[in-house]
Each structure stands twice: as C-alpha cells, then as structure tokens.
Design a protein around this ligand. Structure first.
Ligand SMILES: Cc1cc2nc3c(=O)[nH]c(=O)nc-3n(C[C@H](O)[C@H](O)[C@H](O)COP(=O)(O)OP(=O)(O)OC[C@H]3O[C@@H](n4cnc5c(N)ncnc54)[C@H](O)[C@@H]3O)c2cc1C
Length: 501
C-alpha cells in the first residue's frame, strides 16, 4: 500500500484544482495502473473510512474532481485503448480504460471508418470523466449526450466489490431495482421519485421508471462508484461534413433562423448536426482578441454591423446531400433577407478547422480576459451558466438574460448550444461587487429556469460548486432520497464526498 498511496507533496499541487479554478486539499495521492490496484486502495480506504476523490483529466468546470480531503485517485495511468470490434456497417465497439483521453481515442479510430460522436470541446478530457459527467457538446443536438454511446461499464464500489453492466440487460421494474455484484452480493431498492426533465440535463441522478440501470451510472459524478472499464459504441463516419457560420444584424432574426432550421413554424427540419450561437458581446470579444493575440489572427474580420451569429454543421453521406442541405438553408436565408455574403462556409477539413478556431476563440478569450482581471483582483472568477429550457422558452430565456445583464450594467457574452436551447452566459465581473451581483442573478435565473421546466445544469454537472442550483431544482425530500440511493452503493459515503450533496 505504501508504494501505491503517496503522501501529497508540493509537486502534486496541479492535482488540487480543475478548470473551475477551485483549489482543494488532500493527504494522499495514488496513480493506479490496474483494476486490482484500484480495488486494493478502495478496500483500504473503506476499512479506514478515508474519503476518495476520483480524477480523470481535471478539465471539469464544477470542481467535481477537486478533493476536500483524503486520497486522490488519479486514473491517468489507466489509459489502454483496445482494437475496434466491428459489428456491422453502422456499428462498432471499442473498449477503453477510464483514463484514456478523447483525443487518443479519436486518433486510434481515425482510419476505421467509424467515429465517436461525443464532443465536449476539450479533447484532453478522459473518457471516465466524460461518462461520470454525461458529457455533451455541439454535436449533442443530433447525436445526444454520451449516454446512448455507452454499451458496457465496470464500476468498482467503495467496499471493493464490482458491478458489470451491459446496456439492455438490467432494467428497473417501475422504480424497483436490483443488481448483483461480481462477488454475488445483491444491491436492491427503490429509485427515488424525482421529476424527470425531457430536455438536455445532467443535474442529479438520471432516474426514470423501468430505466436501463446502466444509465444510473452515467452522469453520477463519481458518487456511486469508480468506472474502471468502458465499451463505447461507434457509428459510421459521415463521408461529407460542411460547416456554415451565418451572421445576423440582430438577435431576433438569429432566433427565428434557429426555429426555422429546427423545422418549426411550418419549415422543413434541415436535420442539422450542430447549431451553435454567438451574441454581439462574443463577436466583439473575438474581434478585440484578434488584434491582441497571435493564435486568433487567422479568424477573418467580423463586420461591426454583425450582432449575432449561428454556426450550423451538416454530416452527410455524399456531396449531393450536402449541396441539398445547403440549398435548403439558403432558401431560409433568402426568406429572412440574409445574403449569402453574410456567411462563412467550410467544406474541407482545413476550412472546418478554421471555423473551429473561431468557435473556440470565445471561451478562450473569456478565460484570457478573466486572467487579466485576476491580476488586479485575484478572488474574481468567471461566472458561467449551463442552463437549458424547452423549445418554446428560447425567446423567453434570451429576454431574461439580456434584460438582467443590461439593467445591471454587467459585461457578458452569450454563446453555445442554441439547438438544444442551452446557452452559456459568461459574466466577466470587473470588481468584487459585480461578482457578488452576478452570483445573485445566477441564483434568480436558476429559480426561473426551474419554474419554466428547464434544467440548472445541461452538461457541466453539479460537482461541488453548483449544489445551490440542485437544491433549487429538487426539493429537500428528493435530494435526501438521492443521497439514500447513493448509500446503497457507497454506504459510508467515501466516494467523491462533497459532490452533489
Ligand atoms: C474549454 C472547455 C470546454 C468544455 N466544453 C464542454 C462541453 O462543451 N460539454 C461538456 O459536457 N463539457 C465541457 N467541458 C467540461 C469537461 O471537459 C467535461 O466535463 C469532461 O467530461 C470532464 O472530463 P475529465 O476527464 O477532465 O474529468 P474530471 O474533471 O477529472 O472529472 C469530472 C468528474 O468525473 C469524476 N470522474 C472522473 N473519472 C471518473 C471515473 N473513472 N469514475 C467515476 N468518476 C469519475 C470526477 O470525480 C468528477 O466528478 C469543457 C471544459 C473546458 C475546459
């Protein structure tokens, strides 16, 4: 055990924080290289009642992998990627260890003709962290979150026992569930009655009557067990991909455009694969950063009359199908009097890469700006929302965000997954007072979004910093029932203690 668990030293300081920039504490750290090492550490921690915090790549933004105390279990060395197993023309499987990085998995399947359509932007994320967070991204509009792409998982429980769950093999009966561990122990009980939202959400446990029980472990933020092995589903790689950015003179027109391409108001659904949004604050920020930072120089100038932009991506089987989709898109643009001069189109991988730089420039620019502000006021951080609402609340949420930001004179940008009515508002506070005001507004938004059948967290999760939001979305009894459910799997609550509850 001595070689397996190390005392924390200064050299481990980078394992005490994640992309939320919250810093934590721990006494020990371990980098297991096999499942049996994980089981040994779990048995040791369980018998000594020591908390364990699981880490993938630490790219999470809700401090889920930031420890409060105890042992850090960093899975970066468990990163084996097996060969693709072809099932048919449209389906293949790949089995990977939890520490495997998304970028490495993508590389390993590059030439197979299959692809893994989950894209949480940050490709250095580990697959274990992605499953534990039910990660999403731009392609979630058409391919869903990571959930449907998980075929099999192994979950090490806090007492050292293991669950092996294949999709389609273990279902709840209404709300009753029962699972048998590899040691032959039965874990059974009743799933809590919680309101299930039918929109993009990863707030709290995924619970549905008659659910496939594999889904309980996707998005559980490491509170039920440690995911030690994963089989992913892969789908056929599209033959042709096109990306188009359309610029608009105002926000209203951009929202109408989104509704039309989604097939609302009697328009034909264009079956887009990604629909992303950028408001005027985001476009201004990119223009400003272009002049200041070398990495953004390749982005073409954005005209000052452009007040918002939408990025659309099409995945198709042939050039003809791409042309057909673009043709339909141009018809809609003509209908709303937008010229094709006000678009950027990308058809080759190189052109698509340039559009990616533009899209990534927004969160990167916000982080750079916050970095500058932090030099003057180190306690300030970016305030970033992750809420989603049903289709018919899209205009409503835009109005609420803009009104509250403008009335309070705060600097902000809005960008993100408009196809799923899931926008990230980033407030860039200039002072402590603005930071506190921003936080107050966020709590108010969480209440309003919940009242309008939305989710307080569509993709980033709750972790340690959004628990107030979870307490708004669920009542005390529901939260307490979820905690009781977690104790069926982790009776001493030693795993990722401080996440969710
Ligand atoms: C610039 C940027 C953009 C991003 N964009 C998106 C986006 O578009 N969509 C999106 O969904 N996310 C996004 N993220 C967030 C982040 O990349 C994802 O949440 C990712 O899934 C986290 O993976 P990770 O390996 O870094 O996990 P970590 O941060 O290490 O951990 C995340 C959580 O999972 C738990 N965990 C990790 N591994 C395991 C395991 N094997 N078993 C059990 N629990 C485990 C941790 O304890 C923690 O609670 C973004 C992050 C950045 C920095």
């Amino acid at each position: 055990m001595k070689d397996l668990i190390l005392k924390i030293k200064d050299e481990h300081s980078d394992f005490l924080w994640d992309e939320s920039r919250k810093t934590g504490n721990a006494e020990y750290i371990s980098f297991p290289k096999s499942n049996s090492e994980i089981i040994n550490i779990l048995k040791f921690a369980y018998s000594n009642q020591i908390n364990i915090t699981v880490q993938g790549s630490l790219t999470g933004i809700v401090a889920g992998a930031v420890p409060n105390d105890g042992i850090i279990l960093n899975l970066s060395k468990l990163n084996k990627i097996n060969q693709v197993e072809i099932i048919d023309e449209n389906l293949a499987y790949i089995t990977v260890e939890p520490g495997a990085l998304l970028s490495d998995i993508r590389k390993s399947i590059e030439d197979t003709g299959y692809f893994f359509p989950n894209d949480p932007t940050e490709t250095s994320a580990s697959i274990g962290g992605m499953v534990a967070s039910n990660s999403s991204g731009a392609l979630t509009y058409s391919y869903g979150s990571i959930r449907p792409w998980i075929q099999y998982i192994e979950v090490a429980l806090s007492n050292g026992d293991t669950l092996c769950i294949t999709r389609g093999e273990h279902f709840a009966t209404e709300n009753d569930f029962s699972l048998t561990t590899t040691d032959g122990n039965i874990i059974s009980g009743t799933l809590p009655q919680v309101p299930s939202v039918d929109i993009k959400s990863t707030a709290g446990y995924y619970i549905r009557p008659n659910m496939d029980l594999i889904d309980l472990f996707i998005g559980m933020e490491g509170t039920l067990g440690i995911i030690t092995n994963i089989t992913l589903k892969l789908t056929k790689k599209p033959n042709d991909v096109a990306g188009i950015v359309v610029f608009f003179p105002n926000e209203e027109l951009a929202i109408d455009f989104v509704k039309y391409i989604r097939g609302e108001d009697n328009f034909e659904d264009l079956s887009a694969n990604a629909i992303e949004y950028f408001n005027s604050g985001a476009l201004n920020l990119v223009n400003k950063m272009k002049t200041e930072r070398e990495i953004f120089k390749e982005i073409p100038p954005i005209k000052p009359e452009y007040k918002s932009a939408i990025y659309i991506e099409f995945h198709r089987d042939s050039e003809d199908e791409i042309e057909e989709s673009i043709g339909l898109l141009m018809e809609i643009l003509e209908h709303i009097n937008i010229s094709d001069d006000d678009t950027w189109c990308a058809f080759t991988p190189q052109e698509l890469e340039k559009l990616k730089i533009f899209r990534h420039a927004i969160p990167e620019s916000v982080n750079l700006l916050i970095g500058e502000i932090k030099k003057k006021e180190p306690t300030l951080t970016k305030l970033s929302t992750d809420m989603s609402v049903p289709n018919d609340k899209l205009e409503w949420i835009f109005n609420m965000y803009n009104k509250d930001m403008q009335e309070n004179n705060l600097m902000y940008v809005i960008f993100g997954h408009i196809g799923n009515n899931h926008l990230h508002v980033n407030i860039i506070p200039q002072s402590k007072e603005e930071f506190l005001l921003g936080k107050k507004i966020y709590l108010k938004w969480a209440k309003e979004v919940t009242d309008n059948n939305g989710s307080v967290s569509a993709e980033h999760g709750i972790g340690k910093i959004k628990k107030d939001f979870l307490n708004i979305m669920f009542n005390k009894e529901q939260i307490s029932d979820m905690l009781e459910l977690s104790k069926k799997f982790d009776d001493k609550s030693i795993l990722n203690n401080g996440n969710l509850f």
